[in-house]
Design a protein around this ligand. Structure first.
Ligand code: F6P
Length: 318
């Protein structure tokens, strides 16, 4: 392989820059040229493509976001659109493509592979919701950002003797919520995977805790359950305890990546290039039981992932 492309697609995640850097530097060291594609598959279709040099990725390992920018590209499901993207790759001499993103982006990579472009996916999403891998780039930073915010909300919640419902991201998955709940010692954690949400149970618990002198009550609510403001109103009405909702939002997607995100990004980015060098295609890099491995994209997309039951039980016990 002489020329590869790299793009980031879907929601950005801290550590994506570290992954881009690893792709560029690993490839250049092997004498492979690298084309940076801006704004994901959308930018590929619009030929927003430039040559990347060793220095193109200087001073980015510590930066959040993605220097390549990102976009969601719903029209990439259309065969004629994929066909056009493959033609653009061929026009620019791109034989292999590293796609850093989530499941939706991998679907695009798999379609492109059918048109003769060798593709490898690298899991980048704060949500941790990619089934084939134990780790996704961005999760650790997002959780650390979220727990710091929850700590701050806890301070004011205690001062005012309030109940606080704090909503964290994660789309349909509760991984961020579960980790925050454990790390913050929240009174309740609501996640879509174990949707046994019983508001009366929470109300009774708040009332019991208040009788024992508890000054605050923290509920971590996963975005997949949502409804935080309305929930706050209902809980306040039922308990008489002032209740506020805080939706942390996109702050969780930014910021300097943690060591864990940088190191996993480096390893996964380099592995993606190694796979392309071997002539592999339609693969996704994963981290499973401590090893960096790879799967066929279709096989990876067919897998399912649940939250760890031990961790969930732990959150209830503490
Ligand atoms: O997939 C990452 C994520 O931040 C999810 O947690 C969230 O549901 C979604 O993206 C938000 O998307 P957008 O930035 O397009 O609003």
């Amino acid at each position: 392989v002489n020329v590869i492309g790299v793009l980031t697609s879907g929601g950005d995640a801290p550590g994506m820059n570290a992954a881009i850097r690893a792709v560029v530097r690993t490839a250049l060291k092997e004498g492979i040229k690298v084309k940076g594609i801006r704004r994901g598959f959308l930018g590929l279709l619009e030929e927003d493509i430039y040559d990347m040099e060793y220095k193109s990725v200087s001073d980015i390992i510590n930066r959040g976001g993605t220097i390549l920018h990102t976009a969601r590209c719903p029209e990439f499901v259309k065969p004629e659109v994929v066909e056009k993207a493959a033609q653009v790759c061929k026009k620019h001499g791109i034989e292999g493509l590293v796609v850093i993103g989530g499941d939706g982006s991998f679907r695009g990579a798999a379609d492109l592979a059918k048109h003769g472009i060798n593709t490898v996916g690298v899991p980048g999403t704060i949500d941790l919701d990619i089934a084939c891998t134990d780790y996704t780039i961005g999760f650790d930073t997002a959780v650390n950002t979220a727990i710091q915010t929850v700590d701050k909300v806890r301070d004011t919640s205690t001062s005012h003797e309030r109940c606080s419902i704090i909503e964290v991201m994660g789309r349909h998955a509760g991984f961020i919520a579960l980790w925050c709940g454990i790390a913050n010692g929240a009174e309740d954690i609501l996640i879509p995977e174990r949707y046994d949400y019983d508001e009366q149970h929470i109300i009774d618990k708040i009332n019991r805790r208040r009788e024992t002198g508890k000054k605050h009550y923290i509920i971590i609510n996963a975005e997949g359950i949502g409804d935080s403001h309305a929930m706050a109103e209902r809980i306040e009405k039922a308990t008489g305890m002032e209740t506020r909702a805080t939706i942390i939002g996109h702050a969780q997607r930014g910021g300097s990546p943690t060591a864990r995100d940088r190191v996993y990004a480096a390893a996964m980015g380099a592995k993606a290039v190694d796979l392309l060098r071997k002539g592999a295609s339609n693969r996704v890099v994963a981290h499973v039981k401590g090893e960096f491995v790879d799967y066929d994209i279709a096989e990876a997309l067919a897998m399912t992932k649940d939250i760890n039951q031990y961790m969930y039980d732990l959150s209830k016990r503490l």
